[in-house]
Design a protein around this ligand. Structure first.
Ligand SMILES: Cc1ncc(COP(=O)(O)O)c(C=O)c1O
Length: 369
């Protein structure tokens, strides 16, 4: 035990991600009124840059003060009315959260569930859509609990249109980390957040809507803080209905300038892809198997199965104490069976080397290598 403090520990969990100096500095600028012209200028720039990240021209992006869950819940409450039917394509814990939020909204919910570490087969989705008509289809783009990414969103969007359904996506851990083209792919609602691939502090989240989804947005029975109609009413004038996390917006603006204007969204996606590839192949050399099937492996969440006799919490403790590196354990049934690395924000290839070295040391210490 080396007695590490928060200062000499580096976090590589699947969000929040560590910040770069420029973003940290930006968040410590003096607070201004959210009804001032300066705030409106900042807000409009944030929204325009976010539109580039989402690859949408619609400009229908609500910026909420709250974590990714707020964006996903607002999307669900805005799209669905009680009694309407939704199809959820669930790949793990976050898919199940969508199911529970839809049930809380009083919706009728059909669920297609994948095998662990896999996605639902597209033909199964087609079959379900051929049988029943839905108001909307919901899925996670990257399922953070298992490290899988749904790579057939454009195909589902096409099937959804034929069914008359809207296609709504939780892209909390994928936006700016996996290719996502809201307009080209025909997506109707996409939720995400500040603290993952974008590399801003936690505290803000977003819902982008197609024009069609915006037109049919619901407000009845929606708690005011989740009411997207209110956010869109105010955002026309560059404002938010409630007091926003002003300093986090400063940090988000800086992070978006770095992402969109300097590195480029494609550049970020390719850097994260290279880092995760290095982690997958390095982990395999250590005898660890990725949980996800090869073609659905996420670039942003690397989930690795541990040998039967090794508990994730022991590996994580050793890595933290011996190397000052923190990664995450699994969720739900996978809690002690896998470890997860967040490949987000400003992570580099050198970080991947340090993580692999940490894993090797930890596995040796707990008797797994
Ligand atoms: C896919 C997905 N959806 C939703 C959430 C919830 O986000 P938050 O913890 O920011 O509320 C997470 C968080 O990790 C996530 O990975």
């Amino acid at each position: 035990m080396t007695g590490r403090t928060a200062v000499n520990i580096k976090y590589f969990v699947p969000g929040p991600t560590e910040l770069c100096e420029r973003v940290l500095k930006a968040t410590s600028t003096q607070v201004i009124s959210h009804r001032s012209s300066k705030f409106r200028e900042i807000f409009n720039e944030v929204r325009d840059l976010l539109a580039g990240v989402y690859a949408t021209d619609s400009g229908n992006i609500a910026i909420l003060t709250g974590s990714g869950t707020l964006a996903v819940n607002s999307m669900i409450y805005g799209i669905m009315k009680p009694g309407e039917r939704a199809l959820v394509i669930s790949h793990g814990e976050f898919g199940e959260r969508i199911v529970r939020a839809l049930q809380a909204r009083g919706c009728l919910v059909d669920v297609l569930r994948s095998k662990e570490g896999d996605v639902v087969d597209l033909n199964e989705v087609r079959e379900a859509l051929g049988k029943t008509s839905y108001r909307a289809i919901f899925t996670t783009h990257t399922e953070t609990s298992t490290g899988v990414t749904t790579r057939y969103l454009p195909e589902i969007a096409e099937e959804a249109k034929a069914n008359g359904a809207l296609i709504c996506v939780d892209a909390v851990s994928s936006l700016a980390g996996e290719p996502l083209k809201m307009d080209d792919w025909g997506l109707d609602a996409v939720s995400s957040c500040s603290q993952k691939c974008i590399g801003a502090p936690p505290g803000l989240s977003f819902v982008a809507l197609s024009d069609e989804a915006l037109k049919s947005l619901r407000s009845d029975g929606v708690p005011p803080y989740l009411d997207l109609q209110k956010y869109f009413e105010y955002s026309k004038d560059g404002e938010t209905p409630f007091t926003p996390a002003v300093n986090i917006i400063y940090g988000l603006l800086e992070a978006l300038r770095i992402l969109v204007l300097e590195e480029g969204v494609e550049g970020r996606i390719s850097r994260l892809g290279e880092v995760s590839e290095k982690l997958y192949s390095g982990a395999e050399s250590l005898g660890l198997t990725p949980l996800a099937r090869r073609d659905v492996r996420s670039r942003t969440v690397v989930a690795l199965k541990l040998p039967e006799n090794i508990q994730a919490s022991r590996v994580i403790k050793e890595m933290r104490e011996e190397c000052g590196i923190v990664i995450a354990r699994g969720m739900g049934n996978l809690r002690e069976k896998i470890v997860r690395v967040g490949v987000m924000g400003y992570i580099t290839s050198k970080d991947a080397d340090a993580i692999l070295e940490g894993l090797e040391i930890a596995l040796r210490r707990v008797g797994g290598a």
